[in-house]
Design a binder for this molecule. Structure first.
Ligand code: BGP
Length: 469
């Protein structure tokens, strides 16, 4: 639909940006923090580990003041479960509570609304050793952890996100580093873990509503429009299959507490049906999110799988779908350009994604990730001319405005990432931030913070509530 006139971004629109604890904080074993699965995972060769990252743990005041300078209305960050409970449950670490108290106070002092992800890939390693999400104990541990977060931070945090990209942990956990290498039958086990995470999420949403009547909570999956590679009916079925198991499985569960039919049939056929304990479905049905947060980097395109086995054995990554024999096969979209890492760029697909989610659930939406990873260059005079990032973000913000004009309720935008940090599996040279962190892949240099070109651009976008793009 071509609109004659665009609607403005709503007043109080939450402009901000995102990070996650393990990718930005560093201080991986300081002040009582326990190890997470990410700390213990094998790292991709040639890229840095997560021990120091951007050292935000020691620079948070400086970083927040730069965010305030950009005019952030919100900041999305995650709490490291292992700072609060070093072993996942049991003994509480007061230093961890203190760190996030300080961070939250600092944000509030600067007029920035904290938007907290409770769990962003970094499961406590001690829980993993006891079976991780395969075990019901982890569901209890998450509920207990959630209670602790609500008790300690609920007086100041009004917006909560349960689990970051649960769908990517299930589909691309190998690339991210969250899959336990000792799993005997990983695919099947992952759907059991998925079920447990969904129950844990439902319990956390219910708890939040009981303990903090004024707060809002929602899921944060990665949702992407899925194109059929052609107009052939077989390709359309493949796109439908993939949408059911990549997108809607997660949101249908979060919102309606039911497995959608296509996803259920898929699990049945593949032998992935999880053990569902008595009472689980009631818990899942009883929990309701207040909004949906989603991460979007690009759309996906798939064609029918010819089931010749050639798709097996690859996992791709969060944005590169390889496929599954008999279900769908990842395809290139000839209409789209790709970034330096092979991820397609599809701003219009962003608008479609908004429309699809809103159509299906009618809940307010917030974007918790969207952005461009690139090899930025620090030039003389502390200049980083990341015009390509500005282009990417501008084109996506334009599509948000179109979605708003379409009637979609959108209340915030938090691109990835507020500041440079370490990528999930492609190191620190793949940068996303508005703020440059002066380090190389292995040389930590001085970790100095430098404003990129996009910093000044985004500042103006926020100051004009999206009028100046
Ligand atoms: C999302 C994750 C983030 C972030 C982002 C960019 O899947 O939620 O943690 O890393 O993708 O991905 P990458 O770091 O692989 O470039």
């Amino acid at each position: 639909m071509k609109h004659a006139k665009l609607k403005d971004f709503p007043d109080n629109f939450l402009w901000g940006a995102s990070t996650s604890a393990y990718q930005v904080e560093g201080a991986w074993n300081e002040d009582g923090k326990g190890p997470s699965v990410i700390d213990m995972a094998n790292h991709t060769e040639g890229v840095t580990d997560f021990k120091v990252t951007s050292d935000h743990y020691h620079h948070y005041k400086e970083d927040i003041s730069l965010m305030a300078e950009m005019g952030f209305k919100t900041y999305r960050f995650s709490i490291a479960w292992t700072r609060i409970y070093p072993a996942g449950s049991g003994e509480l670490n007061p230093k961890g509570i203190e760190f996030y108290n300080n961070l939250i106070d600092e944000l509030i002092d600067k007029g920035i609304e904290p938007l907290v992800t409770m769990y962003h890939f970094d499961l406590p390693y001690t829980l993993q050793e006891k079976g991780g999400w395969s075990s019901r104990e982890t569901v209890d541990a998450f509920e207990n952890y959630a209670r602790t977060l609500f008790e300690n931070f609920g007086d100041r945090v009004k917006y909560w996100l349960t689990i970051n990209e649960q769908n990517m942990m299930i589909l691309h956990g190998d690339a991210i580093g969250t899959v336990d290498p000792n799993l005997e039958n990983p695919k099947k086990e992952l759907y059991q873990q998925n079920h447990h995470m969904l129950v844990a999420q439902a319990k956390a949403m219910n708890l939040c509503h009981q303990m903090l009547p004024g707060a809002k909570i929602g899921p944060a999956p990665n949702i992407a429009n899925i194109y059929p590679a052609s107009s052939s009916p077989e390709d359309m079925i493949a796109a439908d299959n993939y949408a059911a198991i990549r997108n809607w499985l997660y949101l249908d569960m979060a919102v309606y507490g039911r497995y959608n039919t296509i996803a259920w049939n898929y699990m049945e056929e593949k032998g992935y049906i999880p053990v569902i304990q008595e009472g689980d479905m009631e818990i899942l049905k009883s929990a309701k999110p207040d909004f949906i947060a989603f991460n979007y980097y690009t759309s996906q395109t798939v064609e029918a799988s010819r089931d010749n086995g050639e798709e097996a054995g690859h996992t791709g990554d969060q944005q590169i779908s390889v496929g599954e024999p008999g279900v769908y096969k990842g395809a290139k979209n000839p209409n789209l350009k790709v970034n330096e890492f092979g991820w397609e760029i599809d701003p219009a697909g962003f608008r479609t994604t908004f429309r699809q989610i809103y159509d299906r659930y009618q809940l307010p939406l917030i974007v918790t990730e969207n952005g461009l990873g690139a090899f930025d260059k620090l030039e003389e005079g502390d200049i980083i001319n990341d015009s390509y990032r500005i282009d990417y973000l501008r084109q996506h913000i334009e599509q948000i405005q179109l979605a708003i004009t379409d009637g979609v309720e959108v209340f915030g935008y938090c691109p990835w990432s507020a500041i440079d940090l370490v990528s999930t599996h492609q190191g620190s040279s793949k940068r996303y931030g508005f703020i440059y962190v002066n380090r190389d892949e292995f040389d930590l240099k001085d970790l100095r913070r430098i404003r990129k070109q996009s910093f000044y651009w985004y500042k103006d976008v926020i100051a004009t509530n999206g009028a100046n793009l």
